[in-house]
Every structure is written in C-alpha cells, then in structure tokens.
Design a binder for this molecule. Structure first.
Ligand SMILES: C[S@@+](CC[C@H](N)C(=O)[O-])C[C@H]1O[C@@H](n2cnc3c(N)ncnc32)[C@H](O)[C@@H]1O
Length: 411
C-alpha cells in the first residue's frame, strides 16, 4: 500500500531525473517521492525520511538495479547515518557535473520561464571543472565549520538530521585542514580547544597554516591572532575565519575572472559591489576604474568589513559601506553606477531588485550559489527590461549537489 508511506516505511521504486537538492524524482501511487543516494534510472529500496503533504522524501538503502557508472564512495564517512556533508560520493565527478547542468536548465525553465530560458545558449553551456585534469573531487575545501560534541571533539551533522557525529576523516578538505581534523580526533577530547556545543570555523591559508575561530552563538569571538593568508592574482588578504571567503581553493580566481570578463570595467566608471565580503571583487574593480573612478562596496558583516578595510587601504577609490544592502540602497547618495556586481546569500536578490534597477545600471553581474534563486532573480531582471547576456557555471562544490553561477544582465 503506497498510500500510507509513513516515515520509516520502505518501498521499491525506479527513480527518474535528478532534481534541485540532489534527489532523484520518483512516483509511487499518489505520491511524488524524492530519493537521495540514487542515480537516475536506478531501481532502489528506499526508506521514507520525511513527508510534506503528498510529497515524500526518502533515502535509498539498497540499490537493486545499479547504474553502471556508480562508484564506491571515496570517503569512509559517507552514507546514510554517517556524515551529511557530501551526498553524491557514489557518482563520478563528471556525472555529477552533467546532473548540475540539467538542474540548472530545469531551474531556468521552471522558475525563470521560457522567455528567460530562451536567452541562454544551453548547447554551449557546461558546468566548468575547477580542477581540469585532476578529477578526484577531493582535497578542495579550504574552509570547514563544525560543532564540538559533548566530548569537545569536532563533529559534523549526521545525514538528514541535526545530530552530531564525530567522523574520523573528511576527504574534501585541503590537506592541511584534513590532517588537523584527523589529529584533533585522535587526540584527547577537547584538544581542539572548543568547549562542547560551540561552533568552530577554520580557514586554511595558502601556506598551509590554519586560522581557527570559536563562535559564540552567531557572532564570532574576536580573535586578532587567527588569520589565514589567501591571495588572488596580485593581491593578498589576511582573513579571519568568521568572515566570508569562497570555500573552493580555485573559486576566488575563477569568479574574479568571470566577473571581470562580464563587467569589462573601464577607467573612470562607477561600480557597486553588493554583498562584498572582504572585498574580493571590489579590489579588482577598483584597479580597473582607477583613481578617476569609484567602487561602492556594501557588506553588513563587521568582521568582513574590517578585513576589507585592512586589505584595500591602497585603493582610495573603493568606498566601503558597512551596512545592509537593503538599507544602503534606500538611503544611498552614491553616484549612479555604470554597473553592479551582486553576490547575495543563497536566497538571492529578491525584492532588492526593485531599488537596484531604479538606478539603471547598464550591466548587472549576479554571482549565485543557488540555481533556483538565480532563475527567479533572472526572471525579475528580464521583466524589468534586462537581457541575460551570459551565463557561466562552476563545479565549486564537488561531491555535493551545489554549484556556483555567474550571470550577466544588460539593458
Ligand atoms: C556569498 S558572500 C559573498 C562575498 C564576496 N562577494 C566574496 O565572493 O568573497 C555574501 C556576503 O553577503 C553578506 N551579507 C549577507 N546579507 C547581507 C545584507 N543584507 N546586506 C549586506 N551584506 C550581506 C555576508 O556577510 C557575506 O559576506
């Protein structure tokens, strides 16, 4: 009886395509069932994890008819009941990228609408590898966040739950961070110096040194000694782990290249960099517009603002505004921008689009880590008279369903 399908029930199901969130979609009676740990076309035994109306979310617990491309997960901490970090370890990285590409197009067709989707050259678009020629999908993450468990050991979230699980290893971390985590777990409880129940965030620098910061609630405890040295092109930042920095070691360079390619900033222009973090894009926009131009960078995190002030002091044309974007747009007296770069959190721009387009920038470059939010924003921008002039996608989070996109809008 599929109609019951209560949490904990099991069913045998052949699943269809991969959808947003890393699940394959399937159908059982009246129910749509989203199944994780499955590849499209596989027949699996799945256990219901949660329900929402007639929709069910399930995990494949046994693969009855496997896709021949399925691989043994390289990380020993992967799987149901284990670490919830990387949900796609059972698929080759090249296959993961084809799924991301499909999910992106699907998001643009559904949330963007046919008018927006028609502005993308889908045949020419692929999700770009961050490590061509080195396709393990491991050893890329320079940042990690964990919570110390009751014994003071670093612990991640158990898959599909808020429970903590102290795992022996994490193969997606860069070597310095990976070995620090391993030795912290081998050492006596509390060796990482984080009281039980506290969030810890770590950033690896280029030199392999780690900066580790223990958080108090949602605010970082200020710790001026804990900085990691990171650099992009000719510029170096010393970042505290609590300030935002892109997680993939290759992503800051790739994003700067993509943003500048779409922006084509020129001397004397005014650019806005919204959700600017420690000033990654502002630095290079500032170089391009020169002393006769200006860049207005808007960022709400005090910690990121401090890092930006220290790192960009040689660029007086970059004006840093420690403020929420919504409030800054409301009261800003900054000159009308030639172009805007916006890199909002996962939810996307949403209602910020109205005051943004009221300033009529010729170019808007949107950096987005959620394809559905990007497609929704693209729809709003196209409705406001912009055209989608370019789209690039990066495999910035191998072994997970996440990807990073950069889109150009022109008017
Ligand atoms: C995805 S990060 C991008 C940072 C930067 N562009 C980079 O690539 O390093 C988003 C940033 O937006 C900031 N932020 C979140 N909500 C904000 C808001 N309402 N106004 C201003 N900044 C915000 C966060 O603190 C974070 O630094």
């Amino acid at each position: 009886m599929t109609d019951a399908l209560a949490v904990g029930d099991e069913l045998v199901i052949t699943v269809g395509q991969m959808v947003h969130g890393g699940h394959c979609i399937g159908h059982a009676g009246e129910h749509t069932v989203f199944v994780r740990y499955a590849m499209p076309g596989e027949r699996v035994r799945a256990r219901i994890d949660r329900r929402k109306g007639s929709v069910r979310f399930a995990s494949a617990v046994d693969v009855l008819e496997a896709d021949p491309q399925r691989v043994t997960p390289p990380c020993g901490s992967f799987g149901l009941g284990a670490c919830g970090g990387c949900e796609w370890q059972f698929a080759p990285v090249s296959v993961q990228r084809t799924w991301k590409r499909m999910v992106l197009e699907d998001a643009f067709r559904r949330q963007g609408g046919s008018r927006v989707a028609a502005q993308v050259d889908w045949t020419g678009l692929s999700v770009e590898s961050m490590e061509p020629g080195l396709e393990s999908g491991l050893g890329w993450r320079t940042r990690a966040r964990w919570r110390s468990d009751s014994a003071g050991r670093p612990a991640f979230r158990r898959a599909g739950s808020h429970d903590l699980i102290a795992i022996p290893d994490c193969a997606v971390l860069v070597p310095a961070l990976r070995s620090a985590l391993r030795s912290a777990l081998r050492a006596t409880p509390g060796a990482l110096d984080a009281p039980p129940g506290r969030d810890v965030v770590a950033q690896a620098g280029l030199d392999g040194r780690l900066a580790i910061q223990v958080q108090e609630g949602t605010d970082c405890v200020p710790d001026s000694t804990q900085r990691a040295t990171v650099s992009v092109r000719n510029r170096t930042w010393r970042v505290q782990p609590g300030a935002f920095w892109q997680a993939h070691q290759g992503l800051p360079d790739a994003l700067v290249d993509a943003v500048l390619e779409f922006a084509q900033p020129a001397a004397g222009q005014c650019w806005w960099d919204l959700y600017s973090g420690v000033g990654l894009f502002s630095a290079f926009l500032g170089d391009a517009v020169g002393a006769t131009g200006s860049v207005h960078a808007v960022e709400s995190s005090p910690q990121a603002d401090r890092m930006a002030r220290r790192s960009l002091h040689d660029l007086p044309q970059v004006h840093l505004h420690k403020q929420r974007v919504e409030e800054w747009l409301d009261g800003s007296s900054a000159p009308r921008p030639h172009g805007v770069v916006a890199d909002p959190p996962r939810r996307g721009l949403g209602t910020v689009i109205t005051p943004l387009v009221a300033n009529a920038p010729e170019r808007i470059i949107l950096v987005a880590c959620d394809p559905v939010a990007l497609a929704r924003d693209a729809r709003l921008l196209v409705e406001a008279g912009y055209r989608l002039g370019g789209l690039r996608a990066f495999d910035a989070f191998p072994m997970t369903h996440h990807l990073e996109c950069v889109a150009l809008f022109t008017c």
